[in-house]
Design a protein around this ligand. Structure first.
Ligand code: T3D
Length: 262
């Protein structure tokens, strides 16, 4: 297994730590494949009921490792469409499609695809010292890893355009004020709070949480009639889960529910 992504499974939480701190956890091919394999694992293993993604060292992730794109090394110009399709897009799709909560703890600078991978997660917490940089325009690229989609949806065109065209850093507290992330936390509180949140969600009614995530994604493109039908169908499914029966029983018995994720 690759040391570029550290993986620890504890009480239903798969904690993934991007681990190339000397390069601010920027992506080389090995780290791409390691992250994707771990997110795939989260799909496959029932014992995993939440994912927590963070970074080692002082940064979260600085996007693509530009050392691997050095034009001075010669050779033909790279086909970045190919690398996006091969490395970034599959992982982005897997994170969005995972029917389990994905929490992101942005421990430091998140630049380029590193920022946009964070925005693809379900709940983003960030250290107050962290900043988000749409670094792409500094090197002549477009915002990838879903950034031009997520920023526009979340922030609207004016802020999405200003952030991406200028590459100005956005501090965590402003990102939280703008609704781009869930919370900005004191640096020392970030990991404990993110771990507590992940543990709480991992002990939750996983099937219902997964359906909730799916519905919220679908809301972006469904009209209201279609969406009301989808809520009906998903509620039917949730209502048949063991966790729903447990949740109601626990309420009536005035005790905490003990969910099994089914
Ligand atoms: O290619 C494709 O497949 C297409 C996909 C593209 C996706 C993308 O993400 S494109 C955008 C790539 N990322 C960037 O352009 C960001 C580059 N990094 C920075 O602008 C800065 O490092 C930061 C603003 C993120 C942080 O600045 P600072 O001053 O806190 O740290 P630093 O000194 O710049 O970086 C520390 C070390 O990490 C340094 O190495 P050194 O000098 O100590 O040996 C630096 O070179 C290295 N590093 C940081 N980011 C990258 C990197 N090395 C390679 N690639 C990086 N992206």
């Amino acid at each position: 297994t690759s040391q570029t992504v550290l993986a620890e499974l504890d009480s239903g939480v798969l904690k993934l730590t991007l681990n190339r701190p000397e390069k601010l956890n920027s992506f080389n091919e090995e780290m791409h494949l390691a992250l994707r394999a771990q997110v795939q694992r989260a799909h496959d293993e029932d014992a995993i009921r939440a994912v927590l993604l963070t970074g080692a060292g002082r940064g979260f992730c600085a996007g693509q490792d530009l050392g691997d794109r050095d034009p001075r090394k010669g050779g033909p110009k790279p086909d970045l469409g190919h690398t996006i399709e091969t490395f970034y897009n599959p992982t982005l799709r897997l994170i969005r499609a995972l029917e389990k909560p994905v929490i992101c703890a942005v421990n430091g600078v998140a630049a380029g695809a590193g920022a946009n991978i964070a925005f693809a997660c379900d709940i983003v917490l960030a250290a107050k010292s962290a900043k988000f940089i749409q670094a792409f325009s500094k090197i002549g690229l477009i915002p990838d890893a879903g950034g031009s989609w997520s920023l526009t949806r979340i922030l609207g065109e004016p802020r999405a355009k200003a952030l991406t065209l200028t590459a100005e850093p956005l501090m965590a507290e402003t990102a939280a004020d703008w609704g781009l992330i869930w919370k900005a936390l004191d640096d020392e509180a970030l990991i404990p709070e993110a771990e507590a949140l992940a543990a709480k969600l991992a002990a939750g009614p996983t099937l219902g949480l997964g359906l909730t995530k799916r519905l919220i994604h679908e809301a972006a493109t469904n009209d209201l009639d279609t969406h009301l039908d989808r809520e009906r169908d998903c509620q039917r499914e949730a209502g048949r889960s063991d966790d729903y029966a447990e949740g109601v029983t626990a309420f009536l018995e005035k005790r905490p529910a003990s969910f099994r994720g089914k």
